[in-house]
Write a protein that binds this ligand. Structure first.
Ligand SMILES: CC(C)(COP(=O)(O)OP(=O)(O)OC[C@H]1O[C@@H](n2cnc3c(N)ncnc32)[C@H](O)[C@@H]1OP(=O)(O)O)[C@@H](O)C(=O)NCCC(=O)NCCS
Length: 219
């Protein structure tokens, strides 16, 4: 176990019976590099919008991926923040699960972003990762509502949302490899989440992180 960071978001942890989300320190990102280098996305249907660092060729892919995370970490305001977590399975980094506060101070709204090592997909871990980060958002940060967006043909992501009680919230558009593609939008209210709140998920390091994000613990 490495020394806690002076920057509280990097010390936040979420533990479920199957996996842990750990604040994405540079050391953990470095350990994820071989997976990123191998290719998180190797064929259509392309899950991400464009331009996306994970589509570049190696080593540009890894450089852009790291820069994206470093840049994202440094933007923290009432209208936007993004916490990056490395998904640990049996002690090994296997993917990422991010939590984004979008106008959190005004509306308590969050959204999520994730990817898992391709060889581990389809075994229920995607749902477990999302449940873990939703527990952090609703239980730890007092969120009011979570959204999720995915291209219409991203069945795994859309199915994770549907299975966890999100309801459809319209459609929008985004670019994919330079072409417009339809996005399916999902919404999960606090009340809907509470109906399937899990009792076996543990949070750590949350209280110290609240002031960094401007969240009032009394609210
Ligand atoms: C999205 C992602 C993290 C989900 O993780 P996962 O481990 O594959 O998902 P799970 O195994 O938990 O599956 C969740 C549900 O999706 C279904 N599912 C998974 N892959 C599917 C596929 N290719 N087609 C149809 N359904 C699929 C599962 O059957 C399950 O549904 P169920 O609850 O009815 O059984 C993972 O697929 C991934 O990394 N994809 C590439 C990156 C990505 O798309 N990120 C999201 C961007 S919006």
């Amino acid at each position: 176990m490495s020394k806690p960071s002076a920057y509280p978001p990097l010390n936040v942890q979420v533990h479920t019976p199957q996996l842990s989300l750990l604040g994405a320190t540079d050391e953990l990102l470095e350990r994820l590099i071989p997976t990123v280098r191998k290719g998180v996305v190797t064929g259509p249907p392309w899950p991400f919008d464009d331009p996306m660092s994970l589509y570049a060729d190696s080593p540009e892919r890894e450089w852009r991926w790291l820069r994206g995370i470093w840049g994202g970490r440094s933007k923290v305001s009432e209208s936007f923040w993004r916490l990056y977590f490395v998904v640990m399975i049996d002690g090994e980094p296997m993917g990422m699960q991010d939590l984004l506060g979008i106008d959190f101070a005004s509306f308590g709204t969050v959204t999520t972003f994730s990817w898992l090592s391709p060889d581990l997909r389809g075994g229920g871990l995607g749902k477990e990762m999302r449940q873990a980060v939703l527990h952090l958002a609703f239980e730890g940060f007092g969120a009011g509502e979570a959204g999720s967006d995915a291209f219409v043909d991203n069945h795994a992501s859309n199915r994770v949302s549907e299975a966890l009680g999100y309801v459809p919230n319209g459609v929008s558009w985004d670019n994919r490899k330079g072409e417009p593609a339809e996005i399916k939008r999902w919404r999960l209210t606090r009340e809907q989440w509470a109906k399937q709140r899990r009792a076996d998920i543990e949070l750590a390091g949350v209280a110290d992180c609240l002031p960094v994000l401007g969240i009032d613990p009394q609210k």
